[in-house]
Design a protein around this ligand. Structure first.
Ligand code: ADP
Length: 325
């Protein structure tokens, strides 16, 4: 059956570029003669009936804005069959026959369950600064967050250098080291401590044993927020105990990493993916996440994209190690 009305929502953690994706999905659907309805506050808005028809004007003047005009929320009821049934009933009332869900691993997990339960075509867009979805080289929001981190580290470096300190800067990533590793390369940091490698070896001990500060008076190390790495606080506590000769400071970048106007790359990525999501639905695709691989749009089955660890590129580790001697 051809698609007649697409519901669109953003869910989970917000990411810069989500608005550009909402805009592209809306305009592409309208361009193709399909109605679009914006669903507010993620899955919650399906249950509480916060649904509104979108015209092209609803998405004017948003491509440059961070966050999401549709708002986002976490919704516990959607994790229960009763909650999902309520949500589905509302979609039927509104004549919504398909969905585009923009979010991270959790949101796409919910989408997959919902699609199976109600036999509804759903296409996901990877919207997360963490870049932790499998099957896509990059996710919407990642490039902006990376640039924000780079700017922050540039500023912290002024203090690190003036006071000859060792700074541990914690960045987001929810158990993925992409932001920490590439942020470290981009800002000229001395090292990155990331969960993928923490499982293999003691990165802190190695860093100190290889004399990472021999040629330098100050150092910056990016630490991915994760139980595995211990976070920047955990690492700093260890240094104070085991290597008391260092003057250590911690900076946790926190939520400022998620905000701000999206970079050109994120706007373009979100626009391409939004258009591709509507194409995929028209093409009869279902239960896929739109990804990008080698600059080509691809459809990745939810089963692959979710709960599948995306490996860190080892070339990057090498580039950081060599460039920071
Ligand atoms: P993200 O999408 O950024 O990973 P979350 O993990 O918080 O964010 O998930 C966002 C929302 O997706 C949850 O609040 C919930 O409504 C839905 N969701 C997550 N996991 C499931 C699940 N196993 N079953 C149903 N819904 C889920």
């Amino acid at each position: 059956m051809p698609i007649k009305c697409i519901g669109i929502l953003t869910s989970g953690g917000d990411a810069p570029g989500m608005n550009a994706a909402i805009r592209a999905v809306t305009r592409s659907a309208i361009y193709n003669g399909i109605a679009v309805k914006g669903i507010y506050r993620g899955y919650k808005g399906m249950i509480t009936d916060e649904i509104e028809e979108f015209k092209t004007q609803n998405v004017s003047n948003i491509i440059q804005r961070g966050g999401t005009i549709l708002k986002t929320a976490r919704c516990m009821e959607f994790k229960t069959p009763e909650g999902r049934k309520q949500a589905h009933d509302k979609l039927v009332e509104h004549g919504i026959d398909s969905l585009v869900v923009i979010g991270g691993d959790g949101s796409l997990t919910g989408a997959r369950i919902f699609a199976d339960e109600f036999n509804m075509p759903i296409v996901g867009l990877p919207g997360t600064i963490d870049n932790d979805l499998y099957g896509t080289d990059i996710t919407i929001g990642y490039d902006t967050a990376l640039n924000t981190i780079m700017e922050c580290v540039d500023k912290i470096r002024d203090t690190a250098t003036s006071h000859e300190r060792l700074f541990f800067i914690e960045v987001m990533g929810r158990d993925a080291g992409f932001l920490a590793l590439n942020g470290a390369i981009a800002s000229g940091a001395e090292a990155a401590i990331i969960p993928e490698i923490s499982l293999e070896k003691d990165q802190l001990a190695e860093m100190i044993e290889t004399g990472f500060r021999k040629s330098k008076n100050s150092s910056i190390v990016l630490v991915a927020e994760s139980e595995v790495t211990g976070g920047a606080m955990g690492v700093a506590e260890r240094v104070k105990r085991e290597y008391p000769q260092f003057d250590v400071r911690v900076s946790i970048l926190g939520h400022l990493q998620r905000g701000g106007s999206p970079t050109a790359q994120d706007r373009i990525l979100a626009t391409r993916m939004g258009v591709a999501a509507v194409d995929a639905l028209m093409d009869g695709q279902r239960n896929v996440m739109i990804g990008i691989q080698n600059d080509q749009i691809v459809n990745v089955p939810f089963s692959k994209a979710i709960k599948n660890d995306k490996p860190i590129n080892r070339d990057l580790l090498n580039a950081l190690r060599i460039s920071s001697i």
